[in-house]
Design a protein around this ligand. Structure first.
Ligand code: ZN
Length: 492
């Protein structure tokens, strides 16, 4: 297929035609969660945004290696170089081993991602599993002269780097501005400048997560893991690096500086950033009481929620906005998404019941081409969705008997829905009102079994028909015979 995908590159501030370094291979790195608490809407947005990209690139025929890291060490409380490690703090408060905290929340994160129909990445490396690579990376930066050791810690020399290169090129900030805005912090006297950032931190005696290094027993700085693991799994240069806009500065800016310092060149071709989610117009924050976890959304157990919302409703809600725009959560907005998704899935169900006519009597725009055009325009999912609604209007007209479709047009409409609604937008059919997130092949397999059962019934082969029904029930499927056919759902 001809590649027409354009993506907005944060680095050049332009929409660019996506041209991978080494087609058909695409390397893609996305900053994953720091796992010290349950996932919330702010976690769902990058996961769904880059899942959309991952699905679409694969659909276009690329072989994508998608790396999404797990931050399990080095992310300090204030996102800079001071404060307690977020995971160590949780471990201390709950009297757990830090890796118990990581495993517990990682399992829950995976469950939430599966419910949202987010495909697992190709590699999910942990920062704590790559300490050696990070130490080697620091050595390269030290050798190049862009870092210095101070009291057992190693800091990146931002001012020296900026004399030759441009620190701030991604976020558009400049050092003078940084000098004026950086607060005085404890332990800052170790640094030459307040905006220098830690590559390695010497661990205080009470700090549990520590590893030996040439400089001290300590732990890596937060920004380093992504440079080290991205390079390890995707090479010194790779195609796409993504994450939330909140990571633009300092996290991604520091990654660029680290890679230029260590290897003399930048690593990433296209930087992509999803915008943030606000709740009733406010930023999400634990102290604001509007911090709603994904599980609370799925079960409706948060004072701000008037009902439970299915994972597919959440996914659809996020995809209804372009990833570059902000999204504001409210119960009204989610309820509107729930209804809209229901209209789409009902349209799909109706479409499957339409019998082809000899000719088509309704004007059908080339919906498939329009959907591709929208996806190629920097993953414009809201426009894809509006084209699918045009499809639903056609389906409703035909289903009401006011127009007809011939076999070719009917099949083309079905293929458009299958491709865009299910494969690319990743919205699983029939799941608008249930919490189960299923993939298409599995649903097709159940349908196939029910087809065999139907044939057995037609032949009065009750043994086979009961066997299929009972076995499916044992697994947890509820089968209901209705006058329109068989309905099923998975009770979890
Ligand atoms: Zn990162």
């Amino acid at each position: 297929m001809e590649n027409k995908l354009t993506i907005y590159n944060t680095l050049t501030r332009k929409k660019e035609l996506f041209t991978p370094l080494n087609p058909p291979y695409v390397g893609m790195y996305v900053c994953g969660p720091t796992v010290y608490g349950d996932g919330h809407l702010g976690h769902a947005r990058p996961a769904i945004t880059f899942d959309l990209l991952f699905r679409y690139l694969q659909h276009l025929g690329y072989k994508v290696r998608y790396v999404r890291n797990i931050t399990d060490v080095g992310h300090l409380e204030n996102d800079a170089d001071e404060g307690e490690d977020k995971i160590a703090k949780k471990a201390r408060l709950e009297a757990l081993e830090p890796m118990e905290v990581v495993q517990y929340y990682l399992n829950r994160y995976h469950k939430a991602m599966e419910a949202l129909n987010v495909l697992p990445p190709s590699i999910e490396p942990h920062a704590s599993g790559h300490i050696i690579e990070q130490i080697e990376y620091i050595k390269k930066i030290l050798d190049a002269g862009y870092a210095y050791e101070s009291c057992g810690s190693v800091y990146f020399d931002v001012e020296k780097y900026n004399r030759k290169h441009h620190y701030g090129k991604l976020s558009g900030r400049n050092i003078d501005e940084l000098l004026n805005t950086t607060r005085e912090l404890d332990g800052q006297q170790e640094k030459r400048n307040s905006f220098d950032f830690a590559l390695w931190k010497k661990a205080a005696p009470e700090h549990i997560m520590r590893w030996p290094s040439p400089w001290s027993d300590g732990f890596p700085g937060w920004h380093l893991e992504c440079s080290a693991m991205g390079t390890k799994y995707l090479g010194e240069e790779f195609d796409i690096h993504g994450g939330g806009m909140d990571l633009l500065f300092p996290h991604h800016e520091c990654e660029i500086a680290q890679s230029v310092a260590a290897q003399g060149k930048e690593t990433v071709r296209y930087w992509m950033h999803n915008n943030m989610i606000t709740i009733n117009g406010q930023k999400m924050g634990k102290s604001l009481g509007n911090f709603i976890t994904l599980d609370q959304f799925f079960t409706g157990t948060h004072p701000l929620l008037t009902q439970a919302y299915s994972p597919m409703t959440i996914r659809f809600f996020i995809l209804q906005a372009h990833y570059h725009s902000t999204v504001d959560f409210s119960n009204e907005a989610l309820q509107a998404s729930e209804k809209a998704l229901q209209r789409l899935t009902e349209g799909w169900e109706k479409l499957n019941k339409i019998v082809p006519a000899d000719n088509t009597t309704i004007d059908i725009p080339d919906l498939k081409a329009k959907c591709y055009e929208a996806m190629n325009d920097d993953l414009n999912s809201p426009i894809v969705i509006s084209h699918l609604f045009d499809g639903v209007r056609i389906i409703n007209t035909v289903a009401a008997g006011n127009a007809s479709l011939n076999e070719e047009d009917l099949n083309s409409l079905k293929e458009t829905f299958r491709t865009f609604l299910f494969d690319i937008l990743g919205l699983s059919p029939g799941s608008a009102s249930t919490a189960s997130a299923s993939t298409q092949p599995y649903e097709q397999a159940v349908d196939l079994l029910l087809e065999v059962r139907k044939e057995a019934k037609a032949k009065k082969d009750w043994a086979t028909s009961d066997f299929i029904r009972n076995k499916l029930a044992e697994i947890g499927f509820e089968i209901k015979d209705t006058k329109d056919g068989v309905e099923w759902k998975l009770n979890k």
